[in-house]
Design a protein around this ligand. Structure first.
Ligand SMILES: [Zn+2]
Length: 1017
């Protein structure tokens, strides 16, 4: 028989067998959970990055497809008809930044349809923030803000409260995510997959991929959450179940009239995948995550195949397959009434193979990281000022900055793991948002200084301006000519709830300056010559970023002490003076040669630093605390592994893989220049041609401030480099150090060790790096060495007594994790590009054992919320006649307790106010401050009367009491620990006192009596 005849014959047989069925098959997709069977929860989903290889808008509209064929609009457009086709089909959507872009383009008919799908649970909005934020390089305040933005939108538009955390892609997971952005927002469970491969292998063996995660030592079981770790990734199970139109997996071919009928094979593949997963999972429920990045652009293709799989698998009967969502899955897990293993601490660092530690991104794009952190603190302050002014009194708002910041928290944004053009897009959005917020801030401050009270005001006479580029010594309003009798007015705003003493620095031209405070008193000030290294970066960056050529270079930093009331401002006046009792002192300048620097001492107050003959720091001593320590500070770089063919894992945007450590050579002696004066001593050092550093000791302060200017990192030798600074002491720290979790709880780290599983060490440096957002410290039983940072950064203690921070990275190879670009940032001017220079600060303090928390917490909050400066000028000296020079929005004799920060004060669109307080201390961290704190709201808002106060979940989308009632309480294996969790009690609406237990964050929506407000106008 020839081949033609055979196929004709076969076709005839199939046609005969399939009569009736081949026309229309009603697939039965209605299965729910079946007790006693293995239930396979088929969860259709798409993972849509709000920027990565393309910008968020390019991903949305589907442009720039030569980079990546991805169009989120296609996903959402095709999803709706696909869901309508069968009422059992379900889908989850996660990223609100995309969903909102789509929603505002829809007509009423589609909107009604989608609302129906959402309210019936067929389309579920989960996670619910604007993006799926990162968990290592993101500060907890930003996590809260971006989640609140998304959740409030979902509540308003759809009346929904997301139940499930879905952090499926971030590169490691923080304790703060579990307890704060999980339990405290009311989530019942939290799903993800990126944990260390060795940890995963261990958990598979012991069926511990699903756990109860207790992220907070202080809040204990009251903030437990169910955490599900996917066995492999967030994609369909092994066995080829990808059904995008261009995917290569075999579709389910069940038409007997056609060739390649494969129902049995596909059912067998499905059952095999289910059984394999069931073997490593507790209970008879498993989840198939059916989707991955930017999938469902033609949703019907996926659903068609899943319909068939569910239909035929259930006909087969070995397992039960059902359309499901993470909520349905979570409820099924809960109903199983199982006791779950307990997980504490976090899931950092993440490695997906022995040489791939995802610890490089803790530092990648350090300038973007700093920009995000600056904007974060600014946004907090700007919303306060927006509230003081009144949200509706003009078109200015902080909304655009809030949106830009939300996007910047994405796990390919602040992480530095996006392509360069996408990083530029995030920065552009921040810049636009900042520009609007800045105008609002200036207007609000002008209103306050003109009226001295919180009242609606929109067009004040006083024109204030601000200086974003003060870090490169660029501040045009301060560059005014003071010689003609004018003076510079500096309005200094403090967004913290406590009074603050600080030192300001402003660039000036004149060397005969006098500074007056708001009561007309002359105050002490000091002039410090501006380092050439600072001036060199000024002109270039002003031109590169603002496209303007800055004017003449200022000569000095003017430093003077300021004292600012809580939630308020004070005003200072800088003018020219030839003769005055408190003329600014010019710093003495001294450059010791050779051995002259031996035993050189700096510091005018209690804290003294001593240098040795080589020009390096040798001793730290504090006469007040009696702390003394040998102390060295130096630089080194790691050579980035180049990933050559035989060993392909390179160091890159995600991965830190050092191939050798090179100390920065100092040729015997680093020349020092010492500036001394009444306010601050500075030691300037050009460490090498691309590292400049200034070490400062302020007279009234008991910590060391180090400013660094690093770059361009030279790569002409063909090696990428990752620069770290080290602080080395002789403290015996026993492999142990502590790093913060997303800027909040400190977690104990032990070198080459994991507390919950046994690690085989392959990367002794990269595998001991952790994210640092607030700080890192070590202790030896008699003292604590703490280092605080100005942005998110990678850090470690690689040797006992040592702390290191990775400040900057410049690499020449892609690390193969998807971004397909080397992390080689440059700044271009007139078509000439050179490596990025970064400027920043870190802060060091040594305290007696047990006393370090106060500085880490209180000063840490001051680093996050720097004083906000606004400038104007006055002719003559009668500012006080027409302006209020000193102001506090709170009762003038009140301040928040030392252990409390106001995280949010924001007027919402409906006129109500979002108010959020955080206790800054963990239980047992400080003998005085780890205690219940209370806040007297009547004194926080002395001019207003609170009508109504409702405590809400952390993301403000539901009442706290309702959330607590509803939230699932999971059982933990082993006996219940005896724990005492302190939380504040309910707020009595007549007393209006808010209590906070250690580490507690409480969120309120308050309404003011508007009658009272209008009386004040
Ligand atoms: Zn992603």
């Amino acid at each position: 028989m020839g081949p033609v005849l055979l196929s004709l014959l076969l076709a005839a047989i199939f046609a005969a067998a399939g009569v009736g069925e081949a026309v229309y098959i009603p697939y039965n997709t209605s299965a729910g959970v079946v007790p006693g069977k293995l239930n396979v929860h088929v969860v259709p989903h798409t993972h849509d990055d709000v920027g990565w290889l393309k910008t968020v808008d390019q991903y949305y509209v589907g442009s720039n497809n030569s980079i990546q064929g991805a169009c989120v609009q296609n996903v959402l457009d095709s999803l709706i008809p696909a869901l309508l086709k069968d009422e059992n089909r379900k889908f989850i959507y996660v990223e609100q930044a995309f969903f909102q872009r789509w929603w505002r383009n829809q007509n009423d008919m589609i909107k009604d349809t989608v609302k129906g799908l959402i309210s019936s649970g067929r389309l579920e909005l989960i996670n619910g923030g604007m993006c799926m934020h990162d968990e290592a390089a993101v500060h907890y305040i930003d996590m809260i803000d971006q989640t609140t933005l998304g959740h409030s939108y979902i509540k308003e538009e759809f009346g929904q409260i997301p139940r499930i955390g879905w952090q499926i892609d971030p590169f490691g997971h923080s304790a703060v995510q579990a307890y704060l952005l999980g339990a405290e927002v009311g989530f019942d469970a939290f799903y993800f997959f990126r944990i260390d491969y060795q940890d995963r292998d261990t958990r598979k063996g012991t069926k511990e991929l699903e756990v109860v995660w207790r992220g907070s030592k202080t809040l204990g079981s009251s903030a437990d959450i169910f955490a599900g770790i996917f066995p492999k990734n967030y994609e369909p199970p092994p066995g080829e179940f990808y059904f995008e139109v261009d995917d290569s997996s075999p579709v389910v071919q069940d038409d007997p009239l056609l060739f390649d009928y494969n129902v049995e094979e596909r059912v067998n593949d499905f059952v095999a995948a289910a059984v394999a997963q069931a073997n490593i999972t507790r209970t008879n429920h498993i989840m198939f995550t059916m989707g991955t990045d930017f999938k469902y652009q033609y949703a019907e293709s996926w659903f068609r195949n899943m319909d068939k799989l569910i239909h035929y698998v259930n006909k087969d009967g070995r397992v039960n397959a059902l359309y499901s969502t993470p909520s349905i899955y979570t409820d099924a897990k809960y109903a199983a009434n199982e006791q779950w293993p307990l997980k504490t601490n976090d899931f950092f660092p993440y490695a997906d193979n022995p040489n791939a530690y995802w610890t490089g991104y803790f530092t990648s794009r350090p300038a973007l990281k700093r920009y995000v952190r600056m904007m974060s603190g600014y946004y907090l302050a700007a919303r306060q000022l927006e509230f003081f002014k009144g949200r509706h009194s003009s078109g200015l708002s902080t909304d655009s900055l809030g949106d830009a910041l939300a996007l910047a928290q994405h796990h390919d944004a602040v992480t530095g793991t996006e392509k360069q053009h996408v990083a530029n897009d995030y920065a552009k959005r921040l810049s636009i948002g900042y520009t609007q917020a800045q105008e609002l801030v200036s207007t609000s401050l002008a209103c306050l200084t003109e009226s001295g009270s919180i009242s609606r005001c929109s067009s004040p006479m006083t024109k204030l301006s601000q200086c974003l580029l003060l870090n490169v010594t660029y501040c045009p309003p301060a560059e005014m000519d003071l010689t003609k009798g004018k003076s510079l007015v500096v309005l200094v705003y403090n967004s913290l709830g406590w009074k603050r003493e600080d030192i300001l620095r402003i660039p000036v031209f004149s060397d005969s300056i006098v500074v007056h405070d708001s009561e007309g008193r002359e105050i002490e000030s000091q002039l410090l010559p501006i380092a050439t290294a600072s001036l060199n970066i000024r002109d270039k960056h002003v031109k590169a970023y603002l496209s303007i050529t800055p004017g003449a270079k200022p000569k000095f930093w003017l430093a003077f002490p300021v004292s600012i009331p809580p939630l308020g401002f004070n005003t200072y006046f800088v003018s020219n003076s030839k003769k005055s009792a408190h003329m600014s002192s010019k710093s003495s300048q001294y450059s010791p040669q050779g051995s002259e620097s031996s035993n050189l001492q700096v510091g005018q107050g209690n804290l003294k630093l001593q240098y040795n003959a080589a020009g390096t720091l040798s001793l730290y001593s504090d006469s007040k605390t009696q702390v003394q320590a040998n102390f060295e500070q130096k630089y080194k770089y790691y050579i980035g592994q180049d990933g050559n063919a035989s060993d392909p894992q390179a160091s890159g945007a995600y991965i830190f893989r050092p191939n050798g450590t090179v100390p920065i050579k100092t040729d015997g002696q680093v020349p020092l220049t010492v500036l001394r004066g009444p306010i601050v001593d500075e030691v300037h050092q050009q460490i090498n041609s691309w590292i400049y550093q200034i070490t400062r000791v302020y007279k009234g302060k008991d910590y060391v401030e180090t400013e660094f200017i690093v770059g361009p990192i030279p790569v002409d030798d063909g090696n990428g480099k990752e620069l770290a600074t080290e602080i080395v002491t002789n403290m015996a720290t026993n492999k142990t150090f502590y790093t913060d979790s997303s800027g909040r709880d400190f977690i104990k780290r032990i070198r080459d060790y994991r507390s919950e599983w046994k690690i085989e060490v392959h990367q002794p440096i990269a595998g001991n790096y952790y994210p640092v957002n607030l700080g890192i410290y070590v202790e030896d039983g008699s003292k604590e060495l703490s280092v605080l940072v100005d942005r998110s950064i990678g850090g470690s203690s690689i040797k006992d007594g040592q702390i290191e921070l990775m400040l900057h990275r410049r690499l020449l190879h892609d690390d193969g994790k998807g971004v397909a670009e080397a992390l080689n940032e440059t700044v271009c001017l007139d078509k000439q590009c050179e490596g990025l220079i970064i400027e920043g600060k870190y802060y060091v303090k040594i305290d007696p054992q047990g006393e370090g928390a106060r500085w880490r917490r209180t000063f840490g909050q001051e680093i996050y919320s720097p004083l906000l400066l606004a400038f104007t000028e006055q002719d003559g000296g009668n500012w006080a006649n027409s302006h209020v020079a000193k102001f506090s929005a709170m009762d003038s004799t009140y301040s928040l307790p030392d252990n409390v920060a106001m995280l949010t004060l924001q007027e919402l669109e409906d006129g109500s106010v979002l108010l959020r307080f955080a206790h800054l201390y963990e239980a047992g961290e400080d003998k005085d401050l780890s205690t219940l704190a209370s806040i007297d709201l009547k004194r926080v808002f002395p001019e207003k009367k609170i009508d109504k106060i409702i405590e809400t979940s952390l993301s403000a989308n539901q009442e706290r009491t309702a959330m607590e009632k509803k939230r699932l309480k999971w059982k933990v294996q082993g006996s219940a620990a005896d724990e005492k969790v302190v939380r504040g009690g309910p707020v009595d609406p007549s007393k209006l006192v808010v209590e906070l237990g250690p580490m507690e964050i409480r969120t309120f929506i308050i309404s003011f009596d508007h009658q009272l407000r209008s009386q004040h106008q």
